[in-house]
Design a protein around this ligand. Structure first.
Ligand code: ADP
Length: 225
């Protein structure tokens, strides 16, 4: 395999991990995998795994550590022959157990990979407001992200229509008040142990202010690495 670097993006839901990843993919040619996207694809395709995780996702709970690790391991194996400079993990590992499992996989299968962690810092109030006002393009190939908040700079030109491909916008099934609360709570519950694990393992942790505009966050990331 010729993936050289792994960047783990850690931050609450709504911190902008997905948008930042997309920018890195388009502008720097990196590759990204989002475990949330992998989960939603399984649900949409009604696979056995999809049926098993449907309820957890809709209620904002985490999917089991083993199952999610299996998905990531399968995805990594599919990349085996590709030439990738940096691979972003968006939303994984997000529990201590996942970090331990993933560490084992790396040690056994990809010992030469360099791992770094990017921590996106942002307040719970700001992510809550971002998630509740978020809408996405319903076209699976596009998935552009919009917001109904004027100050975000992400409002679509035409209400509910994607600027890029003209498809209708929709809300994510888990961007609802109660589910958002649950997702943030779950993130904060696991955050400390996860960061501690990487600190103990001498993985470099870079902190970024994710409350800024996306372009600024991207510039900060480039400046740090
Ligand atoms: P969020 O930023 O709200 O967590 P994601 O798209 O990353 O959004 O994930 C959506 C859902 O997918 C999560 O609420 C959870 O149910 C599931 N999921 C994604 N990644 C993981 C993971 N690493 N471990 C467990 N569940 C996960």
């Amino acid at each position: 395999m010729s993936i050289r670097n792994i960047l783990i993006f850690v931050g609450p839901p709504g911190a902008g991990k997905g948008s930042l990843s997309q920018k890195c993919v388009f502008e720097l040619g990196w590759k990204q995998v989002s475990t949330g996207d992998l989960c939603r694809r399984h649900i949409q395709d009604r696979t056995e795994i999809g049926n098993e995780i449907d309820f957890a996702i809709k209620s904002g709970k985490l999917v089991s550590d083993n199952l999610i690790t299996q998905m990531v391991a399968e995805w990594l194996a599919e990349q085996a022959n590709k030439n990738i400079d940096s691979l972003i993990l968006d939303g994984y590992p997000r529990t201590l157990k996942q970090a331990e499992l993933f560490d084992q996989i790396l040690k056994e299968k990809f010992p030469s990979l360099k791992v770094r962690l990017i921590k996106l810092q942002i307040s719970d109030d700001l992510v809550t407001s971002r998630l509740l006002s978020r809408s996405l393009c319903s076209n699976k190939e596009c998935q552009a992200v919009y917001s109904t908040r004027q100050e975000s700079g992400l409002t679509p030109k035409q209400t509910n229509i994607c600027d890029k491909c003209g498809a209708e916008l929709s809300k994510r099934a888990d961007d609802l008040v109660e589910t958002v609360k649950e997702r943030i709570k779950s993130y904060r519950f696991h955050e400390q142990a996860l960061l501690q694990f990487y600190e103990n393992n001498q993985v470099k942790i870079y902190q970024i202010n994710a409350g800024q505009k996306l372009d600024q966050v991207f510039d900060d990331l480039k400046g740090l690495l």
